[in-house]
Design a protein around this ligand. Structure first.
Ligand code: CP
Length: 307
């Protein structure tokens, strides 16, 4: 049974095909309005979410399907001690597809090994978040017209930011990419991400603590929130949370065609005044995420022989 736990589960040609399907859905939404009639998506969210859960659910409704939803560990039998394996074996009896978010790294893999329907990882702890990356890739392709030959700045909590880990894994497969990794010393990209993607593929990258020094050379600036929920103590979080705040003043040093991205939710790291700047693309990312999730649902249900 084909599941999607991280972006490398999808080949480059499959990523292209998903983006092409998303473009077709944008152009011809009525053609897809009944595509998943009588099919059910279960959204199992054991961690808070606005965009990912609601966009999966909106995606399934816009495909003519239905949704079963668990929101929060306290509202399901996980609160009684049920394992992820038993939960997804049970949900496989009710749904054709599962999208799951869980605070523990590796939970999505456990789910995929035990479910009898496809599982989509909607974020597992500080590990990865592949469908956010699908949203990010479509946004970059739409805004820049390409996914290669770009200088990409990733800024903020690069240690716990799972969207960053998945995005590095995806972009490292395209030609001509280079990365500027902007973070406090304590929140640098984990070694396993650098080894598995950047070093292995010979991708040039620099690490810096200065957003101001880096911003002028970037095609993409991907801001991230400091992930309070992953810190072991509040003092460290409070010390690091405002390390980077993107303001209109800082954007004066940036290229006129910079694309400013953020997976959201935002706390302080992008001033709301930046929202008026035409280079702000983060709410476009939100919408692109729904179309890419529609494309992924269609792909997995077709492969599972359910469409
Ligand atoms: N980007 C993202 O995963 O947002 P949510 O936590 O609101 O789902």
């Amino acid at each position: 049974m084909r599941s999607v736990i991280d972006v490398p589960d999808l080949s480059l040609s499959e990523l292209d095909a998903l983006m092409d399907t998303a473009e077709d859905i944008i152009a011809r939404p009525d053609d897809y309005a009944d595509a998943c009639r009588r099919k059910k998506l279960a959204t199992l969210f054991f961690e808070p979410s606005t965009r990912t859960r609601l966009s999966f659910e909106a995606a399934m409704y816009e495909l003519g399907g239905n949704v079963l939803s668990v929101t929060g560990a306290g509202t399901s039998s996980a609160a009684k001690g049920e394992s992820v394996a038993d939960t997804v074996k049970t949900v496989s009896c009710y749904a054709d597809l599962i999208a799951m978010r869980h605070p523990k790294e590796g939970a999505a893999l456990v789910a995929a090994r035990n479910a009898s329907v496809p599982v989509i990882n909607a974020g597992d702890g500080g590990h990865c978040h592949p469908t956010q990356t699908l949203a990010d890739l479509l946004t970059i392709r739409r805004e820049k017209g390409r996914l290669g030959n770009l200088t990409v700045g990733l800024c903020g909590d690069l240690k716990f930011g799972r969207t960053v880990h998945s995005l590095i894994g995806a972009l490292s497969r395209y030609e001509g990419l280079s990365f500027i990794l902007i973070s406090p010393e304590e929140l640098k990209v984990p070694s396993y991400v650098k080894n598995d993607h950047l070093k292995k593929n010979g991708i040039p990258y620099q690490q810096t603590t200065s957003l101001e020094e880096a911003i002028g050379g970037l095609d993409i600036l991907y801001m991230t929130r400091v992930q309070r929920e992953r810190f072991f103590n509040e003092e460290d979080y409070l010390r690091l949370r405002d390390s980077y705040i993107l303001t209109p003043e800082k954007l004066k040093k940036a290229r006129p065609d910079l694309c400013v991205m953020h997976p959201l939710p935002r706390v302080n790291e992008i001033s709301v005044a930046v929202d008026e700047d035409p280079r702000a693309c983060y709410f476009k990312q939100v919408l692109n995420g729904k179309y890419m999730r529609m494309a992924l649902i269609l792909m997995l249900l077709k492969e599972a022989g359910k469409l």
